[in-house]
Design a protein around this ligand. Structure first.
Ligand code: HEM
Ligand code: HEM
Length: 282
């Protein structure tokens, strides 16, 4: 991997901020608020921010960059797809439980449902996430979709995944602000009590986490090696350029290769062609 140290620094910072966000949201509800419970009251509401921050933000962030971790590159692409899909599924389940908690609390306290912009955008994100999950499984896990569909769909999958992740952070910031305004009575939010300052920091951590995850997920040089032009097409196996081995038709299909390599059939085909080239060369 190029710039491994840089990757390690950014990844460690993202991990640290992710853990900090989890610690802060737990401290908020356990120390400053009513704790956690499933009693239809405020303790049940508190599951909402906890599960959203841990599940929908942190786990989703990890799921997004899971293919980029160099220490997973010895694992097969199929294994990584299962981990990526599994983490996203877990994030979705936690988000649904979190929404159930707030609906249950609202119904018990006779508070109307779905009146705020936060709730509209939030429920929108949960529904779109579910769609992304179903389409992801349909396209990349069940071996039914033609390769041309997989290729055509991948840019949309990546774009909507990154858009959803960003939206979820924005929606969380709205929820945090709402809760601080509703919950802090004496002293009020505008009087900056310790809880307000503490939770403002939680919001800042979520933004920094988002910035770092998006940075990692958009560095082309940090992709799994198999997603770039196959190494053997560029080098003579010892890291030296060997232009004689570059095959124009394949190099014209770089973008296709990026997605198709997810497919076992294609990996086999690339290996077969490379072997043929090697034999011709020797
Ligand atoms: C309510 C979604 C994060 C605070 C809601 C509701 C939804 C929702 C759908 C409406 C429930 C109902 O009407 O009964 C989300 C999503 C989040 C998220 C998808 C993460 C991406 C947060 C966070 C907080 C929070 C981190 C911080 C405390 C609230 C509050 C309400 C609420 C105070 C009740 C008031 C309202 O309906 O706007 N949320 N939420 N939310 N959420 Fe969130
Ligand atoms: C790649 C998001 C579900 C398969 C990606 C990327 C994002 C993303 C942002 C780009 C990662 C990168 O460039 O390193 C999501 C979200 C999902 C989801 C938010 C759930 C809501 C799924 C599912 C599958 C899947 C269920 C099925 C296996 C893939 C594949 C890639 C990918 C094959 C290409 C990885 C590569 O570039 O090597 N996903 N995804 N995704 N995702 Fe998903």
């Amino acid at each position: 991997m190029e710039d491994f140290t840089q990757f390690l620094v950014v990844f460690s910072m993202a991990a640290a901020v992710g853990v900090l966000s989890t610690v802060f949201v737990l401290t908020w509800v356990l120390h400053f608020k009513e704790g956690l419970g499933w009693d239809g009251g405020l303790a049940e509401f508190n599951w909402h921010p906890v599960l959203m921050v841990i599940g929908f933000v942190s786990l989703q962030g990890l799921a997004i960059i899971i293919y980029r971790l160099p220490w997973t590159w010895h694992c097969s692409k199929l294994t990584m797809k299962f981990i990526h899909a599994g983490l996203n599924l877990l994030a979705f389940i936690l988000a649904v439980v979190s929404v159930v908690a707030v609906f249950d609390f609202h119904n018990g306290a006779k508070i109307p449902n779905m009146y705020s912009l936060h709730s509209w955008l939030g429920i929108g994100a949960v529904v779109m996430y579910c769609l992304q999950l179903v389409l992801g499984v349909g396209m990349y896990l069940i071996p039914l979709a033609p390769i041309s569909w997989k290729v055509a769909f991948m840019p949309f999958h990546v774009y909507s995944g990154l858009f959803l992740f960003t939206s979820v952070i924005a929606v969380s910031l709205m929820g945090i602000t709402e809760k601080l305004i509703f919950g802090l009575k004496d002293p009020k939010y505008k009087d900056s009590p310790p809880e307000a300052i503490f939770v403002n920091f939680l919001g800042v951590f979520l933004v920094v986490f988002g910035v770092l995850i998006l940075w990692i997920a958009t560095r082309t040089s940090w992709k799994r090696p198999s997603e770039q032009i196959p190494h053997t097409l560029h080098t003579n196996g010892e890291g030296e350029e060997d232009t004689a081995k570059v095959v124009p038709p394949l190099s014209e299909q770089v973008e296709e290769i990026a997605v198709l390599e997810a497919d076992v059939e294609l990996s086999a085909e690339i290996r077969r062609r490379n072997n043929k080239l090697d034999t011709e060369d020797n």
